[in-house]
Design a protein around this ligand. Structure first.
Ligand code: 5AD
Ligand code: SF4
Length: 453
């Protein structure tokens, strides 16, 4: 055994960037490491293994990780046994060039290699180590469920087959693979046994989940049947594979939340075609109508990209008008970020939009959505909603914070505990938060000074 190996004390720290799937992957890595005798620590400076679990979806995400790595490599001066690793989408996206670009990093691991983490960490103590193969890994025998408080993220599928032209995910996470229904049910049951009251089922195109004869609606029904679960959500569905049976089931079942995150990306059919999204503007608007027919109080949210290569002022106006018509409760809005390896990067570089143009479009879109969000939230003022309490509010521990079933953050007077379902009347709203009195406590102090944004 070398000196470095002797000093290495198997304490590990993981920092997570990016999407909810990464949060779940960090839980999976924690499980694999603990099984191999590692001890997890929240203290960066205590760890002999530091992993940054990274995202590649936009350039900014990769830049953040690179500057964080520069800070972390300083730690090696005081701790020569430190193994510094980068996991997830960024190493898979940038590949072997990272060995030259980041010579102080010891370990690069793609999303399909977490099972082999203990062996790879051992190798990395001796020489820079890289494992970026995609090999159809579904981790169904492990525990990829990430629990925080009363909530758990449960991956039900990995990867993506759709190859939208702007998106790096199919390149970093590989082809779509779904877990078996019984494996998902078992994982949710295990989480409920640990006190979980709400789950979010995860997948890149979560509604295309299928396994054998089972379709997404069957999985939702089976999870909804599990005793003790108050709330079930899923993210993110793709507009193309969305069956009406799913909305009908949500309307019928108390614990299936009328909260749908439905990425649209653009309101222009011409741009949607170029993105290879597989639907038109009109088809999306019809889908929104169909959802609202089944779920009149649905919380509807979306993702939008502005400044996609070749996007004209007219295309952008179509996006604004789709946003106006769809009346989303909120939206994640992004400026297009060219990603090497994607079709848009390979074929549409010469059509890229100047930064100042896409920046101005993004500001206009955010302003429009903000005004819509204000109205969408204000609709709830004076109405009664059922809140699943998550715990005390961070800003003011005398208050509690929770979620309405359509996914909105609600601040309510303290008292109820994490996991309680309480009915409250909404008193005041912003574009992000709703504030409530308890029905029984109409004369209590309003929680108005608290803004949890
Ligand atoms: N540039 C900007 N936004 C992107 N997204 C995915 N790829 C890119 C990109 N290259 C956005 C999409 C997706 C969300 C998760 O990230 O809106 O739905
Ligand atoms: Fe990316 Fe499109 Fe797959 Fe979503 S559906 S992960 S945007 S390729």
């Amino acid at each position: 055994m070398t000196e470095t190996q002797k000093r290495f004390d198997k304490s590990a720290y993981i920092e997570t960037y990016g999407c909810q799937m990464n949060v779940a992957d960090s839980a999976l890595m924690t499980d694999v490491l603990e099984t191999a005798g590692f001890r997890m620590t929240e203290e960066l400076t205590e760890a002999s293994l530091i992993l940054l679990n990274t995202c590649a979806i936009r350039e900014k995400a990769e830049e953040r990780v690179q500057s964080r790595l520069q800070q972390l490599t300083q730690l090696k001066r005081v701790r020569p046994d430190l193994v510094l690793g980068v996991t997830g989408c960024m190493p898979k996206h940038l590949g072997k060039e990272l060995l030259d670009r980041l010579p102080k990093v010891d370990l690069f691991i793609g999303p399909d290699s977490y099972r082999h983490l203990p062996r790879l960490v051992e190798e990395a103590q001796e020489k820079p180590t890289l494992s970026l193969r995609l090999d159809d890994e579904d981790y169904s025998d492990l525990s990829p469920v990430s629990i925080e408080g009363i909530h758990a993220f449960v991956p039900i599928m990995r990867g993506c087959d759709r190859f939208c032209t702007f998106c790096v995910v199919p390149l970093t996470r590989g082809r779509e693979k779904s877990l078996a229904l019984r494996d998902v049910v078992r994982q949710v049951e295990d989480a409920v046994a640990k006190g979980v009251r709400a789950v979010t089922l995860l997948g890149q195109t979560v509604n295309s989940w299928h396994h054998g004869e089972d379709r997404f609606v069957d999985l939702l029904r089976a999870v909804s049947d599990i005793d003790g679960l108050a709330r079930i959500r899923f993210t993110s569905p793709h507009p193309v594979q969305f069956g009406e049976d799913v909305f009908a089931l949500i309307a019928e079942r108390e614990n299936l939340c009328p909260h749908i995150h439905l990425p649209v990306q653009s309101g222009s059919t011409r741009i949607l075609d170029s993105m290879k999204r597989g639907h038109t503007r009109e088809e999306f608007l019809e889908l929104v109508e169909l959802i609202r027919r089944h779920l009149p109080d649905v919380g509807l949210t979306t993702d939008i990209i502005v400044g996609y290569p070749g996007e004209t002022d007219e295309d952008f106006d179509e996006t604004l008008s789709l946003v106006e018509r769809s009346q989303f409760d909120s939206a994640f809005m992004f400026r297009y970020s060219p990603r090497s390896g994607t079709q848009a990067y390979r074929k549409l570089r010469d059509l890229e939009i100047p930064d100042d143009v896409s920046g101005a479009r993004l500001s206009r879109l955010i302003e429009l959505q903000e005004s819509i969000s204000v109205q969408r939230f204000a609709r709830w003022e004076g109405r009664e909603v059922r809140v699943l309490v998550e715990g005390p509010s961070r800003r003011n521990p005398r208050n509690a914070v929770g979620k309405s079933d359509d996914g909105k953050t609600v601040i309510l007077p303290g008292g109820p505990e994490a996991g309680d379902l309480v009915d409250v009347r909404i008193e005041k709203t912003t574009s992000h938060t709703m504030m409530a009195f308890g029905i029984e406590e109409k004369n209590a102090e309003p929680a108005t000074e608290v803004m949890e944004v």
